[in-house]
Design a protein around this ligand. Structure first.
Ligand SMILES: Nc1ncnc2c1ncn2[C@@H]1O[C@H](COP(=O)(O)OP(=O)(O)OP(=O)(O)O)[C@@H](O)[C@H]1O
Ligand SMILES: [Mg+2]
Length: 482
């Protein structure tokens, strides 16, 4: 965060100053008083269960020098009508100031799936080039985004932002705070369909990342997704596309996937699509991903295209992509247990697209000689399509020849029904009511050689099972405890 006086914070937010105007804030801007550091600005947000204002005094005692609040408090504060809006205004102001001073570039990522993976990849591609700010976790909404922006300072060269939307207008709000120089749109899919009310509404909402570009900004679009490719029509300026089809500017060719579920491909760049395609060997380089699952090719191509456009040389892009690892937990996190069982923990979240992708990876990793086990819970937020979507996943499980399906929880029941109707029989499909029952069943069932996928929406709590399964097996005879 750049250093600001209380007076400047008040001016940026249109707030009323109730503090010494010369008081300085320079520490991190925080909404959680436990994260306060000396010089922090504490943002007192009203929460569902707690009110940030109740923690303001504690935050100041811990070192915060100023509080952004909706009412007068007994500590130095700037009082505004709406704290969340003021937080956005402050971020907008700070970013505009930083842009005037230096050569900061803003890269934003949106899409129905893959945002966090892609922003983590971008971080790994850009960091060697210069100071890079990347959001913590999935910070992608009207609070997490401005907090991320406020982490930037004079030394920041690249500000990577994840932008999420659960309705039309959300991305416009975020791009007004941080207009991107490069906007990356991954896929328009079925995540959060219930909230949006239809896939065309999702497409419209995601296109706001393109219409919200900064002047002279570049749209990086997925050529393989027709709804994303169509966003070229609303791009204010240059468009660069990525994908597997021949028309893509940055293309993945000769795609293969190995038995560990990792994809490799040749990254070929059409001359002109990169900021500097003349460095290194020119136009193509081989990439082997460290991430598990063929679906990550889309995310990797998106990150590569944005990085190329920002001036990273192709050989560096290829090398760094091959070295990149998953940085956020519970996303295709693979554990080889000492007892010979492989656990794929993808329990961070789930929707039909990511379920399909994870199940395909499971099938590839199990191959012909290992037993595949899918432990699946509910996909939330699907609205009226929910029943059919779960049923479809059950049928896919059977078609992929998954040997054991464990369906966890009432809400996921449709997966069990779909599998049963598609021809699964006997002990191949089991339904259990909750995580505890799943855990007990798997303790009995799992044996050496099994490949187990755990996946559900975050709210269904299957990540607890993911953690448990990944940690288990260390007591096996001959187990490696180092
Ligand atoms: N291109 C893709 N196609 C299908 N599934 C994907 C793709 N990219 C990521 N996934 C899967 O989707 C899940 C979420 O990935 P990630 O966290 O990167 O997405 P996100 O867009 O940030 O999600 P959220 O909206 O929850 O923030 C993971 O299970 C991941 O393996
Ligand atoms: Mg995310």
């Amino acid at each position: 965060m750049i250093e600001l006086t209380a007076a400047q914070v008040a001016a940026a937010t249109g707030g009323r100053l109730s503090a010494d105007p010369e008081v300085r804030v320079g520490g991190p801007v925080v909404v959680d008083s436990r994260r306060v550091a000396p010089g922090s600005l504490f943002v007192a947000l009203p929460g569902e269960h707690v009110d940030g204002h109740d923690f303001a005094a504690g935050a100041v005692a811990a070192g915060a020098t100023l509080v952004l609040a909706a009412r007068e408090l007994d500590v130095p504060c700037v009082v505004v009508d709406d704290v969340q809006t003021a937080l956005g205004e402050l971020a907008r102001h700070v970013l505009a100031t930083l842009r005037e001073r230096g050569d900061l570039r803003v890269v934003a990522v949106t899409g129905s799936v893959g945002k966090t993976t892609t922003k983590d990849l971008l971080g790994q591609l850009l960091r060697p080039e210069g100071e890079t700010v990347v959001p913590r976790g999935s910070f992608n909404n009207e609070i997490g985004l401005p907090l991320t922006v406020l982490e930037a300072d004079e030394s920041t060269r690249f500000l990577v932002l994840e932008m999420g939307a659960s309705g039309v207008g959300h991305l416009t709000y975020l791009t007004r705070i941080a207009p991107p120089d490069v906007s990356v749109v991954l896929v328009v899919g079925s995540a959060h369909l219930g909230e949006f009310g239809g896939i065309e509404a999702v497409a419209r909402a995601k296109s706001e990342l393109v219409t919200g570009l900064a002047p002279g900004g570049v749209a990086v679009l997925n050529a393989d997704d027709l709804r994303v490719a169509a966003m070229a029509d609303v791009a204010p300026g240059e468009v660069v596309t990525f994908g597997t089809i021949p028309a893509a500017d940055v293309r993945a060719e000769d795609l293969g996937i190995d038995r560990t579920g990792r994809a490799s491909f040749t990254l070929r760049v059409r001359p002109g699509a990169s900021d500097d395609a003349t460095r290194g060997d020119g136009t193509s380089a081989r990439v082997t991903l460290g991430l598990v699952g063929e679906h990550h090719v889309t995310n990797a191509m998106a990150a590569a295209t944005a990085a190329l456009r920002l001036g990273v040389a192709l050989p560096d892009v290829a090398a760094r992509l091959s070295d990149a690892r998953a940085l956020s937990p519970h996303r295709m996190q693979v554990t080889e247990r000492p007892d010979g069982i492989t656990v794929i923990d993808d329990s961070y979240n789930a929707n039909p697209d990511s379920m399909r992708a994870a199940l395909k990876a499971l099938a590839v990793m199990a191959g012909r000689d290992r037993r595949s086990v899918a432990v699946l819970g509910e996909m939330l937020e699907l609205g009226e399509d929910s029943r059919v979507a779960h049923d479809d996943i059950g049928r896919l499980v059977v078609r992929l020849n998954v040997k054991l399906l464990v369906v966890v929880g009432e809400g996921a029941g449709g997966i069990h029904d779909g599998a049963t109707q598609e021809g699964s029989w006997g002990d191949e499909t089991r339904f259990v009511p909750d995580v505890e029952a799943a855990s007990a069943l798997l303790r009995d069932e799992l044996r050496e050689g099994d490949v187990v996928l755990v996946k559900a929406s975050n709210g269904s709590g299957l990540w607890r099972l993911g953690d448990e399964l990944a940690a288990a097996g260390a007591d096996a005879p001959g187990g490696d405890r180092a």
